[in-house]
Design a protein around this ligand. Structure first.
Ligand SMILES: *[C@@H]1O[C@H](CO)[C@@H](O)[C@H](O)[C@H]1NC(C)=O
Ligand SMILES: *[C@@H]1O[C@H](CO)[C@@H](O)[C@H](O)[C@H]1NC(C)=O
Length: 256
């Protein structure tokens, strides 16, 4: 009979050492991707290896082509913090499920968006240098410090990219699945609703490193305001209305 402690250690090692797929009894302690309770994303295959869980805090960008148009998503920017060892049961510093799952909500409301921004604008980011220095996130009430892990952005040709520069991993991906966030998800600081949960798979162009499958789950905020709202029209640039909406979420990174 293997002790619970050694099983926990084994599960932890799988993540931190990027080991081979878990076998036998350890499998039940591998973190399980959250579910919405409604329509669900296709789960990763049993052989996919979970490499990292991060929390992202940033903005979702949209444009409006006309005052009555449907906002069109144009990209996102976020700073990513490592929360892998905080996953319930994975380490001595692990959180309870309740505390872990409440992280996106806590971060969204406790902190300003961690991006450089023009001084006259509350949510947009400085276009030439949006990311501040690589700081850990400290002092979030009731949580330990979260280690800086990397950046999420859209590359020059608009491809969603996750640069996990601390661990040397990178995911360059495309959306392959989406489901609505649960009805009780955090609607965000503009009360516009939580962005959809997503599956993002490698583009197949050989640009990813160490991870090639990403899930966006437990989203908070990020949905656009209606195109005709005053907040949107106030940010008109060259005839196109743009908006940047704060969001937080977990991103789960796999290699398959
Ligand atoms: C901020 O101010 C600059 C310079 O006055 C202006 O060009 C820009 O449009 C403003 N941005 C917003 C979002 O109001
Ligand atoms: C999002 O909008 C901000 C301005 O708020 C801009 O600096 C940034 O480059 C945009 N990013 C993407 C990926 O659209």
């Amino acid at each position: 009979m293997v002790s619970t402690k050694s099983l926990l250690l084994a599960a932890f090692t799988t993540i931190t050492a990027y080991a081979a797929p878990t076998k036998g009894p350890c499998k039940s302690l591998t973190p399980t991707l959250p579910t919405t309770g409604g329509d669900e994303l296709v789960a990763p295959s049993p052989t996919a290896r979970l490499k990292k869980i991060v929390i992202g805090h940033g903005i979702q960008n949209y444009t409006c082509s006309a005052p009555d148009a449907t906002p069109s998503a144009t990209g996102a920017l976020a700073v990513l913090y490592d929360v892998t060892t905080l996953y319930p049961g994975l380490s001595k510093s692990a959180l309870s499920s309740e505390a872990f799952n409440a992280l996106p909500h806590a971060l969204l409301w406790d902190r300003p968006v961690p991006l450089n921004r023009p001084s006259n604008s509350s949510y947009s980011a400085d276009t030439s240098a949006p990311f501040p220095a690589h700081n850990d996130l400290k002092g979030l009430a009731n949580y330990p410090s979260l280690k800086y892990a990397g950046h999420h952005f859209f590359d020059t040709v608009g491809t969603p990219t996750f640069d996990l520069d601390v661990s040397g991993m990178k995911a360059v991906v495309m959306k392959t699945g989406n489901v609505a966030a649960p009805k009780d998800a955090d609607k965000g600081v503009l009360n516009t609703g939580a962005v959809a949960w997503l599956t993002l798979a490698d583009t197949g162009k050989g640009m990813s490193k160490g991870v090639n499958l990403v899930y966006r789950v437990l989203t908070a905020g990020g949905n656009p305001e209606a195109c005709d709202s005053a907040a949107v029209s106030a940010k008109e640039t060259e005839g196109v209305q743009v908006q940047s909406v704060p969001y937080t979420t977990f991103y789960w990174f796999y290699e398959q």
